[in-house]
Design a protein around this ligand. Structure first.
Ligand SMILES: Cc1cc2nc3c(=O)[nH]c(=O)nc-3n(C[C@H](O)[C@H](O)[C@H](O)COP(=O)(O)O)c2cc1C
Length: 210
């Protein structure tokens, strides 16, 4: 695993219109000190779902919605960040020559999952995922839907067979969460682990027996 603050990685976080946009906000916060470049793209539907879902959840130091409109990070962090529109096919991440090292789609709608699986590359999110896969970089999808149809499951299986990490944003209760932050941190911690980053969002399970 990479050591915190010791990585030159370029990471793309894509936010789609599935429920759970709060995970993206928390992940972006956690990634900021860990990466050299952080790209963010939100789908058109995500831009509508974010304010709808976030309104009652306002616990974070900044808002993903305003971040997407205007870079609300300050100083060194602001320089690392680039926010692209989902129709910006001229963005660097749309090309293999400047593909991100890792891409996370969180939350990932069933629609985006299906389009990535079939290689539809009409939006920047879909094109970037296509590029990340063809360049052999790490792609992590956090699909959110319940219950799941056979179509959803087949799409996930197919992506997993292609080497994509399928990481459903499902909080666990064995860490004995005290509040919603703990539940969110559990999912974000799992994503960081899948990306190869250390974190202290929750204690490792049964550390004493390691
Ligand atoms: C409040 C809200 C919550 C939604 N939650 C989900 C969800 O959890 N999973 C999903 O696949 N679609 C969900 N949808 C539907 C997607 O937003 C819709 O399929 C959209 O076309 C996805 O577009 P995108 O993949 O480009 O973001 C939700 C829509 C709304 C308005």
């Amino acid at each position: 695993m990479e050591r915190e603050g010791n990585t030159e990685q370029k990471v793309l976080v894509a936010v789609t219109g599935a429920s759970g946009t709060i995970y993206a906000e928390r992940l972006i916060q956690e990634l900021m000190p860990r990466v050299s470049r952080l790209y963010i793209v939100a789908s058109e539907t995500a831009l509508a779902v974010i304010p709808y879902e976030m309104k009652p959840l306002r616990s974070s130091a900044y808002s993903l919605h305003s971040l997407l409109k205007k870079n609300s990070f300050k100083g060194e962090h602001a320089k690392k960040l680039a926010v692209f529109a989902n129709n910006d096919v001229f963005a660097p991440v749309a090309s293999g020559s400047s593909a991100p090292d890792q891409m996370v789609v969180v939350p990932c709608s069933m629609g985006t999952l299906a389009r990535i699986r079939t290689g539809v590359s009409q939006s920047l999110i879909e094109r970037s995922a296509d590029v990340v896969m063809k360049e052999g970089r790490r792609l992590i999808l956090c699909p959110r839907e319940t219950p799941l149809s056979i179509l959803h499951l087949e799409n996930m299986l197919s992506m997993a067979k292609m080497g994509v990490t399928i990481l459903p944003p499902t909080p666990a209760f064995y860490q004995q969460p005290k509040n919603m932050d703990d539940l969110i941190n559990f999912v974000v911690g799992k994503i960081l682990e899948a990306m190869g980053f250390h974190h202290d969002l929750y204690p490792a399970w049964n550390k004493k027996r390691c």
